[in-house]
Ligand binder design. Structure first.
Ligand SMILES: *Cc1c(COP(=O)(O)O)cnc(C)c1O
Length: 412
């Protein structure tokens, strides 16, 4: 057996120094940013990449005949290659740029959804984000299709046996999150794909969280579709991507019409551009896509296993501290989960908790986290959530626990 490869240690101080916003004071305290699962902060290299587009090389992309248009197009299409490499995609043409994970799911729900009929089924799970629920509910309404829900176990794992039992003759797609934004649960994407493909059913993964924290290799997973969003992986908001394997994009029709996605337009008909441009109607988020590529390059200089180990240690520290606080309850304890800590404290509303923690400079999210069916599954209307990222420190985890304890003193 090979000895386990030891991940190189991360220099967190040097990493933090690259994030200007982390120098801020909030309410007289140093910022403790524990809301990266909602959106991550941006390093200098990303901020500079976006700024440089506008300062140096900005013009609309594609079909341009002047220098700036060529430079912008080259950078934009290079970003497609960066995304393709990031996910280990075979060809850059299998990547469609979107506004984010939400738009990518909507694209599939529309274009693949066109072929659905009455009684066809889409399978999702109880731990999905609304962006991987609502597009399917809209599709179901449009086509008379049904959405089936795979159950989540009490510790926050996906019930794989139940998922398998739902797959039937009329199942047209499994659309499942790779990592839950509430529970931190990491689903076994490869096992899910094998299970579905054995029954001839394609699979989409929502990688909005997983792409940030886990090494993602879509060819090893074998899935048909994978979506992610740039702003959670230290990139700008407004850019994300859809991966569609092989000839899926050729087989699907466009979902939006407009400029950029056409070959020829006549008074009575239209022919479409080649993929992936057929799915990119209108002027894209040029600078944000280029900024997303800069974020991926920035993130890729670090070993993902080292990042996971770092974040897991912070999670462990915070979770242990929380266990010492009377009435605190952690939601989501599945083995192998990522560094997302959803919790409640008896007698305390999550919103009050988050507001008091903010007085100490600690930023956590409180609410339903765009996952209301999951909240109902666990019998709550909201939770507070601390999420750990590459730039967080043991001092942040300590400040988190101190702030929860203070909030409890105040309110109980
Ligand atoms: C944030 C998130 C989304 C949506 O991402 P957008 O950038 O809002 O499109 C989808 N799924 C999960 C799991 C998320 O965490």
């Amino acid at each position: 057996m090979n000895a386990p490869v030891k991940a190189p240690a991360l220099d967190i101080a040097a990493i933090r120094a690259q994030f200007p916003i982390l120098k801020r004071q909030i309410n007289g305290h140093p910022l403790v940013y524990l809301d990266s699962a909602a959106s991550a902060q941006k390093p200098d290299s990303v901020i500079d990449a976006v700024s440089n587009v506008y300062r140096q090389s900005y013009a609309n992309v594609h079909r341009g005949l002047h220098t700036l248009a060529n430079e912008a197009t080259t950078a934009f299409e290079a970003a497609r290659e960066t995304v393709a490499n990031f996910l280990n995609v075979a060809r850059p043409e299998e990547i469609v740029f979107t506004r984010g994970a939400t738009e990518a799911v909507n694209l599939v729900a529309f274009s693949l959804g066109e072929s659905l009929g009455e009684g066809d089924a889409i399978i999702i799970s109880q731990m999905e984000h609304h962006s991987n629920i609502v597009p399917w509910l809209l599709l179901a309404e449009r086509k008379g299709a049904v959405v089936r829900w795979a159950r989540v176990t009490d510790d926050g794992a996906l019930d794989m046996a139940h998922l398998e039992s739902l797959i039937g003759q009329r199942t047209k797609l499994l659309a499942i999150t790779h990592m839950s934004n509430v529970l931190g649960t990491v689903n076994d994407a490869r096992a899910i794909t094998e299970m579905a493909h054995a029954k001839g059913v394609p699979v989409l993964f929502d990688g909005a969280q997983a792409a940030v924290h886990l090494p993602v290799d879509v060819r090893a997973i074998g899935c048909d579709f994978y979506v992610f969003t740039g702003h959670k992986l230290y990139g700008p908001s407004g850019a994300g991507a859809l991966y569609a394997k092989g000839d899926w994009l050729e087989r699907l029709g466009p979902w939006q019409g407009g400029g950029e996605m056409i070959a020829d337009v006549y008074e009575d008909r239209v022919t479409f551009a080649d993929v992936p441009h057929k799915f990119e109607a209108g002027t894209p988020a040029i600078a944000d896509v280029i900024g997303m590529a800069a974020a991926i390059k920035w993130l890729s200089q670090f070993d993902k296993n080292a990042i996971m180990a770092h974040e897991a240690a912070l999670y462990g520290q915070a979770a242990a501290g929380l266990r010492d606080i009377p009435g605190a309850r952690i939601i989501g304890t599945a083995p192998g989960k990522g560094a997302i800590l959803s919790f409640s404290v008896d007698g305390l509303h999550a919103h009050d908790l988050a507001q008091i923690m903010d007085r100490y400079g600690v930023a956590v999210r409180a609410g339903h986290h765009c996952a209301q069916p999951l909240m109902r599954r666990f019998g709550v209307t909201s939770t507070a959530r601390a999420s750990f990222a590459i730039y967080n420190t043991p001092a942040d985890a300590g400040a988190f626990i101190a702030a929860v304890a203070k909030a409890r003193e105040f309110l109980i």
